[in-house]
Design a protein around this ligand. Structure first.
Ligand code: MN
Length: 214
């Protein structure tokens, strides 16, 4: 089955003022849509044509060399954005605040506290030169760590493709491409990152954490 563009789980203006409606509309309806259609074109006729996007990301090395870059960029873009929409929610429906339960405990253990985690994550987001993503990843053993990737790479891709391997499960991702914030924040990426904490959907992140440990 070719990939298709997932619906946003909230209205385009639901994350305002932290992320404006026009940015959401172009980001989802144009950028993400283009990753989907280009990934489908590049995968057509290959052995991974019917694989899930997660599987495609893990198995890029199996593709013909002349397809690998297009699939890495575009299936990566589809995978990353599909997560991104899910890990946000309007403040009026649970966005923002702090993680609870086991995830909060894992963050405490790995970083020494929620504020220390936020600092480390924001530094990864600010320090990613050019376009890319900041991530919170979980491992099967329940530990968590912060990382970042360039372009549309994903931590589950193998090292030859900018990732960290299949035991790095992204449970929270922040898009730091300029297309994600430029209309509202221009060059002020750190302001975008600070505002973004107000729309993080921690109950979804907890769900992904539980799944990564299972
Ligand atoms: Mn994006």
């Amino acid at each position: 089955m070719p990939f298709s563009l997932p619906e946003l789980p909230y209205a385009k203006d639901a994350l305002t003022p932290h992320i404006d409606a026009q940015t959401m509309e172009i980001h989802h309806g144009k950028h993400h849509a283009a990753y989907v259609s280009k990934a489908n074109d590049a995968l057509k006729g290959t052995s991974l044509e019917n694989a899930s996007v997660q599987e495609v990301a893990r198995r890029l090395a199996e593709l013909p060399a002349d397809k690998q870059t297009a699939v890495r960029n575009n299936a990566g873009g589809h995978l990353n954005h599909s997560l991104f929409w899910q890990v946000m929610a309007p403040p009026s429906s649970g966005g923002g605040g702090e993680p609870k339960g086991e995830l909060a405990a894992a963050i405490e253990k790995s970083f020494g506290g929620f504020d220390a985690f936020k600092e480390k994550f924001a530094a990864a987001a600010a320090g990613r030169f050019g376009s890319g993503w900041a991530w919170l990843c979980a491992h099967g053993d329940g530990s968590v760590h912060v990382t970042s990737t360039a372009n549309q790479d994903n931590p589950t891709m193998d090292k030859a493709f900018g990732g960290e391997g299949a035991d790095h499960h992204p449970i929270l991702g922040l898009d730091v491409w300029e297309h994600a914030y430029y209309l509202n924040y221009q060059n002020r990426r750190p302001d975008y990152v600070s505002a973004w904490w107000n729309v993080v959907n921690w109950s979804k992140v907890q769900e992904l954490y539980d799944a990564a440990k299972a």
